[in-house]
Design a protein around this ligand. Structure first.
Ligand code: 13P
Ligand code: SF4
Length: 298
């Protein structure tokens, strides 16, 4: 069985396998740890193993490498990128900073290492509100996600200059999907959406949460049915951890990049020690500051 091969190779190489909540179910099942972007970044700081195999998209693997410069970090498919992270370049951010001298530059973790290197601090969807609360009263440039930026600025009653980036997957979710979810699940079922969704969808939902936040909410809630407005991969974990509860996913949201990580590619990554994530030293040093500042807050 391919799972046995992976376990054997993992032990031989003293490797740890990390997986994002959107990964294929079978990849989540073989991983040593599955979580959201914040949980995975934190986990990366605690790892003793020599090798980290990161099952997720490139910005996540880069974050693990930046936090572990001395370890070998592998990604099973280096073409698994995040389209939103590619919506702003470091040069574009530098230009924006010139137009807003004195502003704090904040990036969503869904950004390239080069963009992080230009920022004062980083946030994830799991901690954005808490991190941004520490910057109240400051002028803020927020990149690349206009939806997360808009969500937090409204929650805190602050105005940010947001880059017009977005997640092409979550951006597909519309009000009619929320309405259909409510009809299918019944009016008592809480509607949970990701902050990468558009404003009207966030406002029509009951809770706006990171993927890790959704897992925690479902576990602690007395409700029996939930409407889920995020990438469908999360249903694997929700069902596994809450077999007695029911989930209605809306919008048929699939992140093709996350799905590029298969068991075969994971096995080949361990077998051939590929594909190694490399972040140039100077970029990594600057990006690490932005990530570590975030981890100090929460
Ligand atoms: P989370 O940090 O909530 O897992 O989100 C990551 C992501 O890419 C959402 O599209
Ligand atoms: Fe990027 Fe969207 Fe995929 Fe998340 S779901 S990794 S934001 S494209």
């Amino acid at each position: 069985m391919i799972e046995d091969e992976i376990r054997m190779l993992r032990n031989d190489h003293r490797a740890v396998i990390l997986a994002h909540n959107y990964c294929r179910g079978e990849v989540q099942d073989i991983a040593d740890f599955t979580g959201d972007s914040l949980e995975l970044a934190r986990k990366a700081t605690e790892i003793q193993a020599d090798v980290i195999v990161f099952c997720g998209v490139t910005f996540m693997a880069e974050t693990a490498k930046i936090l572990n410069p001395g370890k070998k970090v592998l990604i099973p498919d280096p073409t698994a990128g995040c389209p939103m992270a590619e919506m702003i370049t470091a040069a574009q951010l530098r230009e924006l900073k010139v137009r807003h001298p004195g502003a704090k530059a904040v990036c969503y973790v869904n950004s390239t290492a080069e963009v992080k290197a230009e920022c004062d601090i980083c946030v994830t969807s799991g901690n954005a509100e808490k991190v941004m609360a520490t910057l109240k009263g400051e002028e803020i440039i927020f990149v690349p996600d206009m939806h997360l930026g808009g969500y937090v600025s409204r929650r805190l009653g602050e105005a940010y200059t947001c880059w017009k980036g977005f997640c092409p997957i979550h951006d597909r979710l519309e009000l009619r999907h929320v309405a259909a979810g409510r009809r299918a699940a019944g009016m008592d079922a809480p509607v949970l959406v990701h902050p990468e969704c558009a404003k009207e969808v966030r406002e029509a939902a009951d809770h706006c949460l990171s993927t890790g936040g959704m897992c925690k909410f479902v576990k602690e809630s007395p409700a029996e049915r939930f409407v889920i407005g995020t990438e469908k991969g999360i249903l694997h974990r929700l069902k596994k951890e809450n077999p007695e509860k029911e989930f209605i996913a809306i919008g048929d949201l699939v992140c093709e990049d996350m799905k590029k990580i298969t068991l075969e590619k994971l096995r080949d990554a361990l077998l051939n020690m590929r594909y190694e994530v490399v972040v140039p030293e100077e970029i990594a040093r600057k990006a690490r500051k932005a990530i570590e500042r975030m981890l100090e807050v929460v």
